[in-house]
Design a protein around this ligand. Structure first.
Ligand code: AMP
Ligand code: MG
Length: 404
């Protein structure tokens, strides 16, 4: 049994970014760009008006100008502006030749059908005009390799005409729940059976972090069927197994994994909940698969996902080995923590006037998922018996942020 930090270090060593791949722009949100992106056009592509108004020569002394044309966005002017004339332009329309400023409509008054009077004392060359290429020049690198693609970056990529791009892909994560007692969640369990809550829950964890889940369903604790189904899961970047990694007579998973060539990196961590956690790695056919044997108890599985799998998935996606956000909060009321393992205890974090306070939630242990429903955080307790009093500063890990 190894300490949590050592186990995390070992997972980090194995969690290297996936090879860059071509992705569609529509699928790029949240990925890391793996190429420098150059613009194939100027932006704006033509010198354009930023206002609804009149394109003029800024130093034209005439008080009334003849309106010789009117253009809206999408049109091209047919005439040039010369002294004594103006062309009415709408926002986004190209600025006609000869003009060097746009007077906003609110600073003008129509004088008959064909003329307009200008009353803009601050009128200067360049006013209300965005020059061609002012924002982006053709050939400029607009986004660098390593940039996280957020909605703004999706917009820029569209602006420079990208339909596909090179990015670090999302890890593909297979999920397989082991246990003779398991039935699908759509079934009423017979005596002695329980529903597979881990499968859908872990698929949700994967989807709400940065991965693509594939829920491979339930598998019996049976030496004859485990290998082929696990082999199927090994075709992914990450395989999450649940159950079968403790010391029971049917806890066959570690043996089957070894048989399939998955190298054990560690088994058992000084963690509560989550002690039976198994981690290994297989390299075959040019593919590396990280394998997590998560404990069957749902609360343990969920905590292990947050502590170990989430940072590994982010690292695979090129975003660094970054786990849950950690912050400090004041303990709301006295609490005694028992145990010689590091404990992540479901808790409720509240913002108050004097800073954030945190309170452990009543918790029946590893099988008690209901407590995690009530929680928005985990308190991290060090591995020792210790009495804490209200107002103590606690290390708190946020659960609510799985959306990256
Ligand atoms: P195991 O790790 O296989 O010894 O299982 C530990 C506990 O978790 C047992 O009480 C199991 O019935 C329960 N369990 C195992 N797998 C699941 C699952 N997929 N969903 C809900 N509970 C499970
Ligand atoms: Mg089991």
């Amino acid at each position: 049994m190894i300490p949590v930090d050592q186990a995390l270090g070992l997972v980090e060593e194995h969690a290297v970014p996936l090879a860059a791949a071509e992705v569609r722009l529509a699928d790029a949100l949240g990925l890391l760009l793996a190429e420098d992106v150059k613009s194939d056009i100027n932006s704006p592509p033509y010198t354009k008006s930023l206002m609804d108004g009149y394109a003029v020569q800024a130093h034209d002394p005439a008080e009334e100008l003849e309106v010789i044309e009117e253009i809206t966005a999408g049109e091209v002017p047919r005439h040039a502006v010369v002294p004594g004339t103006t062309i009415r332009v709408m926002t986004g329309a190209p600025v006609p030749e000869g003009a060097n400023a746009v007077v906003m409509q609110e600073r003008t008054a129509r004088a008959g059908q064909q003329h307009v009077r200008i009353s803009d004392p601050t009128l200067k060359p360049g006013q209300n005009i965005l020059q061609v290429g002012a924002s982006i020049k053709k050939g400029d690198v607009v986004l660098r390799r390593g940039t996280l693609i957020r909605p703004a970056e999706v917009g820029i990529l569209a602006e420079v005409g990208r339909v596909d791009l090179l990015a670090v892909p999302r890890p593909r994560v297979a999920i397989l729940a082991t246990g003779n007692e398991l039935v699908s969640h759509g079934t009423l369990p017979d005596p002695g059976k329980i529903r597979n809550s881990n499968g859908p829950m872990l698929a949700a964890c994967v989807r709400s972090s940065c991965g693509v889940p594939e829920n491979l369903g339930i598998i019996r604790d049976d030496r004859d069927v485990l290998p082929s189904r696990i082999e199927q899961g090994l075709a992914h970047d990450v395989l999450l197994l649940t159950g079968g990694v403790s010391v029971g007579v049917l806890d066959l998973v570690p043996k089957v994994l070894a048989h399939l060539g998955v190298r054990e990196v560690f088994h058992k961590v000084q963690l509560k909940p989550g002690k039976p956690l198994w981690f290994g790695c297989r390299e075959a056919n040019g593919r590396r698969t990280l394998v997590f044997g998560l404990p069957g108890n749902p609360a343990s599985s969920l905590v292990c996902f947050h502590v170990f799998v989430l940072p590994a998935m982010r690292a695979l996606a090129g975003r660094g080995f970054v786990g849950m956000s950690r912050r400090e909060a004041w303990l709301g009321s006295d609490f005694h923590n028992r145990g010689n393992r590091a404990t992540f205890r479901p808790a409720l974090l509240r913002e108050t006037d004097g800073g954030a306070t945190v309170d452990p939630i009543r918790w029946l242990g590893s099988a008690d998922l209901a407590a995690l429903h009530a929680a928005n955080a985990l308190i991290g307790f060090p591995p020792r018996d210790q009495h804490y009093v209200a107002g103590d500063a606690m290390a708190v890990y946020l659960l609510a942020e799985l959306r990256s």
